[in-house]
Design a protein around this ligand. Structure first.
Ligand code: FES
Length: 155
């Protein structure tokens, strides 16, 4: 029987065991923890570090370096709004203000209902179709306020 998410200690122990002998196993371990909990359980960093043969500082360093890993709980869907040059030229700042207003959160925050988190991103490789956003794994092009509202309702 697989451990329940209600039992984070068991989940972390199982995943540490799964990746302990894998070279570079910390990254897939952290990705799986982030996907399972919607965050990295900060109180489990010691277990992760000792299980992976690393120091706590090394684990904290990796978590802090990569934007994919968060100690705070993430929403079901993360919205990345592109703030790079091409998207800015096509109105991404206005779009950014609209999404912040609509969700009532700033970058780095999650809605109270846990549905959405909001993050900036600096180019999604979709500059020709600016302004662009990513919702979860999907990139959306030429997004304006109306289209964004439609996407939020859909998600
Ligand atoms: S500048 Fe926004 S996708 Fe490249």
């Amino acid at each position: 029987m697989s451990p329940s998410v209600d039992n984070p200690i068991a989940v972390v122990s199982t995943l540490v065991e799964k990746y302990a002998d894998t070279p570079g196993g910390l990254m897939p371990l952290l990705h799986e923890l982030q996907a399972t909990f919607g965050q990295i359980p900060r109180d489990q960093v010691s277990t992760i570090a000792s299980g992976m043969g690393l120091s706590r500082a090394e684990v904290h360093g990796v978590i802090g370096f990569y934007h994919d890993f968060k100690y705070e709980r993430r929403g079901q869907t993360t919205i990345h709004v592109c703030r790079a040059e091409a998207c800015q030229a096509m109105g991404s700042r206005k779009l950014e203000a609209h999404v912040k207003d609509r969700l009532g959160i700033d970058f780095g925050e999650t809605t109270a209902d846990g549905r959405f988190s909001l993050e900036p991103v600096y180019c999604l490789g979709n500059c020709a179709c600016s302004p662009s956003i990513r919702m979860g794994d999907d990139i959306h092009a030429r997004v304006d306020a109306k289209r964004l509202d439609h996407l939020l309702d859909k998600y």
